[in-house]
Structure formats: C-alpha cells, structure tokens
Write a protein that binds this ligand. Structure first.
Ligand SMILES: [Zn+2]
Length: 115
C-alpha cells in the first residue's frame, strides 16, 4: 500500500481520500488557502484605493465647481435677461473671444449685469 504524503505538513496517509480529508480539515482546502487569503487582502487594498481615488476626485471636482462658480450670478443674470453666450469656458477659442469682442466686462456693460 503506497503512502501519500500531505504536501503541506508531510504527514502520510493510506489513501488519497483520507489525505484530501486531512487537507480539507487541517489546511482549509487543496492549497487555495494561502493564495486566496493573499488575494483577499489585495482586493481589500484595491477597494480602499478606489474609495480614496473617488473621494479625491469628488473633492477636486467640488473644489473646481466652487472656483468656476464665480460667474454663476452673472450667468443667472444674463439668462434672466435672455442673453445667451455661445461656447464654453473650456474652449480656448471661446476664451479668446471672451477676452476681445465678447468680454464679460462688455457683456456686463450691455446687459447691466454685475460680474
Ligand atoms: Zn497536512
């Protein structure tokens, strides 16, 4: 009768079945314990990193939205007077136009809205 040794603790068994039972009972499965444990820890860190990234992103977005909110009142005033400015602040061509022909100061002058 060939003895089968446990690959974890080298304890010998009469049959493969009893060795597997021993592995299940003493080592928590067929060699998955240590691997899955490490994976679980890794996943835990990934989740933490993800939460941190989301928190950082939200904060940055919030801070930025607070910053660009400078013209909120001015924009509301313009909207209230049915004046529409085409383009957006992120477009460099629009931004250039704002500096010249369509400057906020000029718009303020025309509309009577305070920047
Ligand atoms: Zn063992």
């Amino acid at each position: 009768m060939a003895n089968i040794a446990c690959k974890f603790c080298s304890k010998e068994f009469g049959s493969e079945e009893s060795m597997n039972q021993h592995i299940q009972a003493k080592h928590g499965g067929l060699g998955e314990t240590k691997k899955s444990g490490g994976k679980r820890t890794k996943n835990y860190f990934v989740v933490i990193a993800l939460i941190a990234a989301i928190a950082l992103f939200s904060y940055t977005f919030y801070a930025r939205s607070q910053k660009t909110g400078d013209y909120d009142e001015f924009a509301k005033c313009l909207t209230g007077k049915a004046i529409v400015v085409y383009g957006n602040d992120f477009c460099q061509y629009t931004a250039k136009q704002h500096e010249g022909v369509q400057s906020f100061e000029k718009l303020s002058e025309i509309s009577g809205c305070v920047i």
